[in-house]
Design a protein around this ligand. Structure first.
Ligand code: S3P
Length: 446
């Protein structure tokens, strides 16, 4: 079903962003592997995370929903999980699929993995090759290293010393998870640091994990002699979801919006750094620690943005935020150059392509040069033309980005489907409407 967003705002008030997706997945998985009970609050109840909950339950963990966003996971301890009877269906979720592959490999389990058509098209070799080095075997009849497939872990797994060939927290996390069941110490070397929630949370669960800087590399060592113990986890607000209302408020004149409790972990804060450089008025209030992650209340006001160059080195800390940054760049004065975006091509859709065609369909000049995206801003104060229909390719972040565009464009912007928004931000449209956004079902507004 298409949805249409029309010029609205100012956006004034408060929006509670959903719980962080990365942390919600990890809390459920580590809780399932730990001995005892893990109480989690603030869980993102989106389709991706719910699929991970179902998967760990299918492997023998007890997962109980005790209230909105509240879960108790009773884990089974090291090597206590069992083979799931049916294939694990991770839907649209690369994080769920790849992290659970690490779990299955390290715990000596056998599990079939499957997902929707987007997940079936995404590369899994980046995770499966190192897991094979750790002794796991992959059995499949279809295309090489694509879902559906069956993974058979070895017990115990073989520890490896792995220099990361791609900047990917999912790959790093899968190897570390497998390392929890390995005979000895598993080492991951990162040249380009990625989100470090796995490292932080494993330490919180009592794992023997060490992170150090060796020359240009961040080196993570995890011991296989692990006994994770159930813990309490408070999931902070997801900066990747908060990015959408935050951006709408920056772009709609007169806006003044509070976003309480947003995670500001430096490995996730690239968009905030970029926006401040572009001239956005964002105040970081009440900075504090919430369960091992830094959080702040973000107070954002409408701002005139200027185009900048975003360095490739920043990409891992804002990898999911480029679609919405492209919309912000379209409204800025001057040119914005975003460097080093090759990873955008293997997300839920080819995001580089999807963003480019969405921008062009709405009268914004943009081009890709190799892995760089260049957007010519329409000029702060001069609205984006809009009026286009955007193909979302069933990608939640493309859908939300172009709805935000429609809220600040001259003509409404229509997206072909809003269905996938439920994977990461189920109440996005409701929350935006509550602060005055005009988002309607259908493509004519009539
Ligand atoms: C995630 C890592 C990133 C990100 C994804 C969540 C995670 O993927 O795009 O939404 O929770 O580890 P990559 O590791 O493929 O970069």
């Amino acid at each position: 079903m298409p949805f249409m967003a029309s010029k609205s705002g100012p956006f004034v008030g408060k929006i509670i962003a959903p719980g962080d997706k990365s942390i919600s997945h990890r809390a459920l998985i580590f809780g399932a592997l730990a001995r005892g009970t893990t109480s989690i609050s603030g869980v993102l109840e989106g389709e991706d995370v719910l699929a991970t909950g179902e998967a760990v339950a299918a492997m023998g963990a007890e997962v109980e929903r005790c209230g909105v966003g509240k879960y108790e996971v009773t884990g089974v301890g090291q090597f206590g999980l069992r083979n799931p009877v049916a294939p694990l269906d991770l839907g649209n979720s690369g994080t769920g699929a790849r992290l659970l592959m690490g779990l299955v490999a390290g715990q000596g389990l056998c599990a079939a993995f499957d997902g929707d058509s987007s997940l079936r098209s995404r590369p899994m070799g980046r995770v499966l090759v190192p897991l094979e080095n750790m002794g796991a075997r992959v059995s499949q009849t279809g295309e090489n290293y694509r879902l559906p497939l069956t993974l058979i872990g070895s017990n115990p797994a073989i520890p490896i010393d792995y220099p990361m060939p791609v900047a990917s927290a999912q790959v790093k996390s899968a190897i570390l998870l497998a390392g929890l069941g390995a005979m000895g110490t598993t080492i991951v070397r990162e040249r380009h640091p990625t989100r470090d929630h796995t490292e932080r949370m494993l330490a919180h669960f009592g794992a023997d994990i060490d992170v150090s800087q060796e020359g240009d590399d961040t080196v993570i060592r995890v011991s296989g002699k692990n006994s994770l113990v159930g813990r309490d986890i408070m999931v902070p607000g997801d900066p990747s979801s908060a990015a959408f209302p935050l951006s709408a408020a920056i772009l709609a004149p007169g806006s003044d919006l509070m976003l309480p409790g947003i995670m500001i972990n430096p490995t996730r804060a690239g968009l905030l750094t970029t926006l401040v450089e572009m001239g956005a008025d964002i105040a970081f209030l009440n900075e504090r620690d919430a369960g091992g992650e830094p959080v702040a209340d973000l107070h954002v006001k409408a701002s005139a943005l200027r185009g900048i160059e975003v360095p490739a080195a920043r990409a891992p800390s804002m990898i999911d935020e480029y679609p919405i940054l492209a919309i912000l760049a379209a409204a800025a004065t001057g040119t914005t150059i975003m460097r080093g975006l090759s990873e955008l091509r293997v997300k839920e859709s080819d995001r580089l392509e999807a963003v480019l065609s969405g921008l062009k369909a709405n009268g914004v000049e943009a081009r890709a040069e190799g892995d760089d995206l260049i957007v010519e801003g329409c000029g702060a104060g001069a609205a984006i033309p809009g009026g286009g229909m955007v193909a979302t390719h069933m990608d939640h972040r493309i859908a939300m980005s172009f709805l935000v565009m429609g809220l600040v464009s001259d003509e409404p912007v229509t997206i072909d489907s809003a269905e996938m928004i439920a994977t990461s931000y189920p109440d996005f449209i409701g929350s935006m409407r509550a602060v005055g956004a005009c988002i309607e079902e259908g493509d004519t507004g009539s």
